[in-house]
Design a protein around this ligand. Structure first.
Ligand code: SF4
Length: 327
């Protein structure tokens, strides 16, 4: 078992210990994870033991088309989590591309087990990203009680996909945690065509400074060719400029399909170029790909880790008990 290869420019690979989710933000509108998990459920090799059952349902839209939707059920496979302890080459690892670690259905003990592994695998850098800011804030106390402090090799991030308060409030929720390295994913950024960002959030740099944000990732929606979900060029520039003014490192990921089309650089090549993900497609001032400074031993150690779950025994979770908002 090893890390999954990732096409994501800001990481070395993904740790996929959880699958399944539920839309909870404007940024989930074109979630690619749902189609990937659906394809897994149709793959006899991956799905031979029924592990992907019930994670995704097919629904029929008003116009007669069918589409895949997450059901709120999660699959947890501890084997993937524990595999990082045996991976001796230090890496930046994105945690759960096809789920959200802080989803309401993820039991507290499962979140804690992730953090125990992150702490033990001190030679890696774990890039955790969530859209569930309130659960993150609540779990902060549990993590501090269990571990005493956040592991230094955890980069905790939240996604912020528009200037609306429901998205922006995640920055303060992240700021309320004890995470050493805090970051924001402004991706997919959805612009309000009626209000420029500098008017909507004029104090962005102060918000970033107050919450000690070290790194921001900026990008438009991957989308299809017909998608009109546009991150405007002005908004992209404003997000970069404010991040820099606040002392953050910045990583511009992609224009997004709609902006690439508008700028005349859309390519029919498969992969990154179709969504404006190649630096030669960008205006020069967007060409910035930085990472934050981080600490860590970067030396592998054959750690004696006492696992709380059996590797090889996967399980399903559904929301219940304590309820957290899922939308
Ligand atoms: S939180 Fe992420 S994985 Fe979950 S539905 Fe939204 S975009 Fe998809």
């Amino acid at each position: 078992m090893s890390l999954d290869a990732s096409g994501i420019s800001w990481t070395d690979g993904t740790l996929n210990s959880l699958y399944g989710c539920k839309e909870c933000s404007v940024g989930c509108r074109l979630c690619y994870a749902v189609n990937r998990v659906y394809r897994h459920s149709q793959n006899p090799r991956l799905h031979q033991d029924g592990r992907f059952d019930g994670l995704v349902e097919r629904i029929t839209l008003a116009d007669g088309r069918t589409t895949a939707r997450f059901t709120n059920r999660l699959l947890f496979d501890p084997s993937h989590l524990y595999a990082v302890l045996k991976d001796c080459k230090p890496k930046m690892i994105f945690v759960n591309e096809f789920s959200d670690l802080f989803h309401s259905a993820t039991p507290e003990e499962v979140i804690l087990e992730h953090f125990r592994v992150f702490k033990a695998a001190s030679w890696h850098q774990f890039q955790v990203l969530t859209k569930r800011g309130s659960r993150l804030k609540d779990m902060n106390a549990v993590i501090l009680r269990e571990l005493g402090a956040w592991p230094e090799n955890v980069w905790q991030g939240v996604s912020v996909c528009s200037a609306k308060p429901v998205e922006m409030q995640r920055i303060d929720e992240l700021g309320a945690t004890g995470a050493h390295l805090r970051w924001l994913s402004f991706e997919p950024w959805i612009s309000d065509m009626n209000e420029p960002l500098r008017k909507a959030i004029p104090k962005l740099r102060a918000i970033l400074r107050k919450n000690k944000i070290a790194w921001t990732v900026v990008g438009g929606e991957s989308g299809s060719k017909d998608d009109t979900n546009l991150m405007t060029l002005d908004d992209a520039r404003y997000l970069i400029q404010e991040s820099r003014a606040a002392g953050c490192k910045v990583h511009f990921k992609q224009l997004g399909t709609a902006l690439a089309i508008q700028l005349g650089v859309y390519s029919t090549d498969r992969g990154h170029r179709s969504k404006g993900g190649s630096p030669d497609q960008w205006p020069e001032d967007l060409n910035v790909r930085q990472w934050p400074e981080f600490s860590g031993s970067a030396v592998w150690a054959d750690t004696e880790f006492v696992a709380s779950f059996k590797a090889g025994e996967w399980m399903h979770f559904e929301p219940g008990g304590v309820k957290y908002p899922t939308f």
